[in-house]
Write a protein that binds this ligand. Structure first.
Ligand code: CMC
Length: 431
């Protein structure tokens, strides 16, 4: 905790409460309200946590006004250009960029954990073939706690480390298995001679009947998608993982909780929802109708892939992703696809429309990632599992950071209760 040499005073009902103010290394100051209830007998009210720092963290920093995202201080644009997903995983997990030897060792450890327990293959068979891969993923990742008993003790730093490596290594395998299962195709075992992204493409797209060559441009774009989604500060799913972990739950259960939270269309499910929306719009001439709906206060419709809770200027991930989208579409020679035309025109109109400018609604990372993933051949149902596997390193880094805190407590928010006051039970005959 940084030193505090200033205080804020809250005065109400003839009470005056002094609270320390802390200055972070960068970003807004923080008022420490932890003694507020004990000293003032009041709670704070902040649904959606729009003004609440729920933890101290040194992993990721976002400046929403500047459109800046830093992993351990390094700008996302530099990492996207110069780093790789696994190098950035090391950075997120351990705080510094690895040396050559450290990176080799880390890649080796992750690569040697890519296979899953063979019994898990049978576990998959309990799911319906038409299950959404996210439904399967929540189940199988939670079930990892039933398979890896030697990395469940959260009080043992070595077991925490093994669980972290296992999760980063096995999530691509499990996500690819969920996909293959939904197609009715055989599971494809990981290949340890391939890099992380190429191996994922191999497990998703190869079949035993014929050879499959991973395209290096697609592998690079895949790696970039993983890297851009690797962590994002205290978002809903990360906060879910921290909250689940605060009770002492095992790492596999905590990550399954994060996956469940990520699934929602306001969060990781937005990439699927965005592409489905583009398809529903269908042709460029129908865009004005949807823009009008997005502006209509009486219509709950929102333009998926636009807006962000924190970024109020632009989403720096979206900028990099747009470059990747252009590269992939060029490579695959996709220029006249109708969905793409709708996406490009929607982007142009929304960036010029006063409503979107005034509300600071810019295309977010999900707007472009869906376009790339579709071009690569993934069905929309796989978009969110890919987000989940990318974010696993962020979740696990934040989980490890939380468990390392000296006075870590179970998360337990309070409430503004507006229900009935105490009343006596009435027998059914008298109601
Ligand atoms: N389309 C139309 N209007 C919107 C949109 C949108 N996508 N997003 C926000 N608004 C309007 C909203 O109606 C509100 O207007 P008013 O002030 O008149 O009531 C105003 O902008 C502020 O909206 P909010 O709901 O208070 O903003 P928020 O910060 O709570 O929501 C969000 C952030 C991401 C949930 C929201 O922008 C949204 O639903 N976007 C679409 C879903 C999406 O693309 N999500 C992916 C986010 S990036 C990936 C990730 O990090 O998970």
């Amino acid at each position: 905790m940084p030193e505090s040499n200033r205080t804020a005073t809250l005065t109400f009902d003839n009470k005056s409460i002094e609270m320390p103010i802390y200055s972070p290394s960068v970003g807004p100051d923080v008022i420490d309200i932890r003694k507020l209830y004990a000293q003032g007998d009041v709670f704070t009210f902040d649904p959606g946590f729009t003004s609440t720092a729920a933890c101290e963290s040194s992993i990721t920093y976002i400046d929403g006004d500047k459109g800046e995202l830093l992993y351990r201080g390094y700008p996302i644009e530099q990492l996207a250009e110069k780093s790789t997903y696994l190098e950035s995983c090391f950075l997120l997990l351990y705080g510094e960029l690895p040396t050559t030897t450290q990176l080799r060792d880390f890649v080796h450890r992750v690569t040697r954990h890519t296979m899953v327990h063979e019994q898990m293959h049978y576990f998959f068979r309990g799911f319906r073939r038409d299950a959404h891969p996210m439904a399967t993923l929540v189940g199988v990742v939670g079930a990892m706690s039933a398979f890896y008993h030697d990395s469940l003790d959260i009080n043992d730093p070595w077991q925490r480390e093994v669980a972290a490596i296992r999760l980063i290594a096995k999530l691509p395998t499990l996500a690819a298995m969920a996909y293959k299962y939904s197609l009715g195709q055989p599971f494809v075992y990981p290949r340890n001679d391939l890099d992380y992204a190429s191996n994922f493409l191999h497990m998703c797209f190869s079949v035993p009947a014929e050879p499959y060559q991973v395209n290096p441009v697609l592998a690079k774009a895949m790696d970039r998608i993983f890297l851009l989604h690797a962590d994002h500060e205290q978002n809903a799913s990360t906060s879910t993982v921290r909250l689940a972990g605060s009770s002492g739950a095992n790492p596999f259960a905590c990550i399954a909780a994060g996956i469940a939270c990520l699934w929602g269309p306001a969060h990781g499910g937005a990439n699927q929802a965005c592409l489905e929306m583009l398809r529903e719009i269908g042709t460029v001439d129908r865009i004005p109708e949807y823009i009008a709906r997005a502006k209509d206060k009486n219509d709950s419709f929102r333009l998926m892939g636009f807006g962000h809770r924190v970024y109020k200027n632009f989403d720096p991930r979206a900028k990099v992703m747009k470059e990747s989208a252009d590269e992939v579409l060029d490579l695959l020679g996709i220029h006249n696809n109708e969905t793409l035309k709708v996406a490009k025109e929607l982007e142009r109109i929304a960036l010029e429309d006063p409503y979107f400018i005034e509300k600071k609604l810019y295309p977010n990372v999900d707007f472009y990632s869906g376009i790339i993933l579709e071009a690569m051949g993934f069905p929309t149902s796989m978009f969110t599992p890919i987000f989940a596997l990318s974010r696993t390193v962020g979740w696990i880094s934040q989980w490890k950071e939380m468990l390392g805190e000296k006075d870590q407590k179970i998360g337990r928010p309070r409430q503004l209760y507006v229900g009935p006051t105490k009343r006596d039970y009435t027998d059914i005959a008298g109601r």
